[in-house]
Design a protein around this ligand. Structure first.
Ligand SMILES: Cc1cc2nc3c(=O)[nH]c(=O)nc-3n(C[C@H](O)[C@H](O)[C@H](O)COP(=O)(O)OP(=O)(O)OC[C@H]3O[C@@H](n4cnc5c(N)ncnc54)[C@H](O)[C@@H]3O)c2cc1C
Length: 482
């Protein structure tokens, strides 16, 4: 037990789960043409934990035990632990250049925080504290891969803005039995759904603290093959092209899904919160799970921004455009974004403090600043790729054109000052996969929204920010002086 291998993970996915894609039910997600390479990439990621040179960076063990666990399950007991865990988050993010946002560390660290703050769940019902501790122990021991879903589909935005849910669609408890809760309804959006072992369902943070909202106030986790549960996938961005032609979409299709629950039984030992909207609303903030998740996210942001800097430099160096002072200025902007992420990360990690639950937590403010800025910064990074790539992003013959009858034309007309035609096509196909393809468009949408509605994140930042001293400084100048 402890860290799993890629093969063990792939075998677990062959469990009869109900997944729908492109109008058909998927028989086996590990062999389906649109999903198998994403699954294979996740398997490779898990295998890296077993590599001798990486094992100490990506995993940890407890004193007097040889069993190793993913570093994202480490409950940080010092600033050093926070830094150590950040290094593992960053390593995983760098492996996909941030293009697989939903690696398992994102949710592993949230359950580490929940288990450590189990007494919070006990406020709801004493049994829930034990449930959350047991669940953390299980996912850590088996190295399970989780997806999660927080948001109900919106029928009426006015209702949602008042913290109410639509009874026709929102996930809700329809019956309590001796065995558990029966739930029905839909949730958005489960990234990695078909490629995960289990789903964690938590409430979005704005339920009205009102008795009528009790059926919607719930948090639980279930295996994906639970009867009555189904995933409805969006179109896949992996169309089976070669990795030369589709260097990112051919590797990192993590898939997003609607998840439907049709009278699904959630056993009592899998329930973490129920019928207390006010406890649901505060769960992420009170346990600091949200801060641990931000830590993983900012490590991903750094790896992703660095990659775009590398891409812009490679694109412009190839044609000597990098000698142009205006182009240098544009790329410098991308460099500032990467360096801002690095600085936020350093500041948060090195000012980590112990919270009331005993865990060391990175300082929230720098991470929260980063998570509010990146949804604006990433679209700008992509805009820079488009501005500096322009028509070269479309002058992209495919791999076969390098060997078929077009070869002489491609060799002749696609050369660049510092790149032969093959390498130019490869580079600009990569750039178009980042900035123009469906995969690239989804990456931008992901960065804008995956952590929640930007307006809501900004409002919560505003409320938490302590500006008292700054206002006092202003007020001092308003007082009459002697
Ligand atoms: C690629 C992708 C992957 C995702 N993966 C997951 C996942 O794995 N798990 C999960 O739970 N969720 C996931 N999400 C969903 C994400 O949590 C939601 O997109 C996000 O919370 C916004 O909700 P919404 O899409 O319903 O947009 P809405 O809430 O409808 O927001 C739309 C716009 O309205 C603005 N808005 C919202 N409320 C207000 C307000 N009160 N005042 C003013 N403006 C407002 C928002 O800022 C936004 O610009 C994912 C989203 C994307 C795009």
């Amino acid at each position: 037990m402890g860290i799993c291998t890629g093969d063990e993970y792939l075998n677990r996915l062959r469990d009869g789960r109900e997944v729908w894609l492109g109008g058909e039910r998927v028989d086996d997600v590990t062999s389906h043409p649109s999903l198998k390479r994403g699954a294979g990439s996740m398997a490779q990621l898990l295998d890296r934990q077993h590599e001798e040179t990486l094992s100490t960076r990506l995993t940890y063990s407890e004193p007097c035990s040889a069993e190793r666990f993913a570093m994202s399950f480490l409950p940080p007991a010092s600033v050093d632990d926070v830094v150590r865990r950040g290094a593992a988050f960053y390593d995983w993010a760098k492996w996909s250049n941030g293009m697989m946002g939903r690696t398992p560390d994102y949710l592993n660290c949230s359950f580490t925080a929940f288990a450590n703050a189990a007494e919070y769940f006990a406020e709801c019902r004493p049994q829930f504290a034990e449930n959350v501790r047991n669940y953390y122990a299980q996912i850590r021991a088996k190295d399970l891969v989780l997806t999660h879903t927080l948001v109900n589909p919106q029928v009426n935005r006015h209702l949602t803005s008042q913290g109410l849910a639509s009874p026709e669609v929102a996930l809700r408890v329809v019956q309590e039995t001796g065995e558990g809760l029966i739930v029905t309804g839909a949730r958005l959006l489960a990234t990695l759904g078909p490629l995960s072992d289990e789903i964690a369902v938590f409430p979005s943070t704005v339920l009205k603290a009102d008795p009528e909202m009790k059926p919607y106030a719930l948090a639980f986790a279930l295996p994906n093959a639970t009867p009555g549960m189904k995933y409805i996938c969006r179109d896949s961005y992996d169309s089976g092209k070669s990795l030369f032609d589709a260097p990112l979409s051919g590797r990192f299709e993590e898939m997003d899904c609607i998840v439907v629950f049709d009278n699904v039984l959630v056993p009592w030992d899998r329930v973490f919160l129920y019928d207390r909207p006010e406890l649901c609303n505060r769960a992420y903030a009170e346990t600091n799970a949200v801060v641990h998740m931000m830590h993983q996210v900012v490590c991903k942001n750094l790896a992703k921004a660095e990659f775009i800097v590398g891409l812009l430099c490679a694109m412009t160096r190839a044609s000597e455009r990098d000698k142009d002072i205006a182009v240098q200025g544009q790329i410098a902007e991308a460099m500032w974004i990467a360096e801002s992420m690095r600085a936020f990360l350093y500041s948060a990690e090195h000012q980590a403090e112990q919270d009331k639950w005993g865990l060391y937590v990175p300082l929230r403010c720098p991470l929260d600043t980063a998570r509010n800025l990146f949804p604006k910064m990433y679209p700008r990074l992509i805009e820079l790729v488009q501005l500096l790539g322009s028509s070269s992003l479309m002058a992209t013959p495919c791999e076969s054109d390098l060997t078929n009858a077009l070869r002489p034309d491609v060799e002749q007309y696609l050369q660049l000052a510092h790149l032969n035609s093959r390498d130019r096509v490869a580079l600009f196909r990569l750039a178009q996969d980042v900035a123009v393809s469906g995969f690239g468009g989804r990456q931008t949408l992901y960065e804008r929204f995956f952590f929640g509605p930007p307006s809501v994140m900004t409002a919560s930042y505003f409320k938490l920010y302590d500006s008292t001293e700054y206002v006092e400084r202003v007020e001092e100048l308003l007082e009459p002086t002697a």
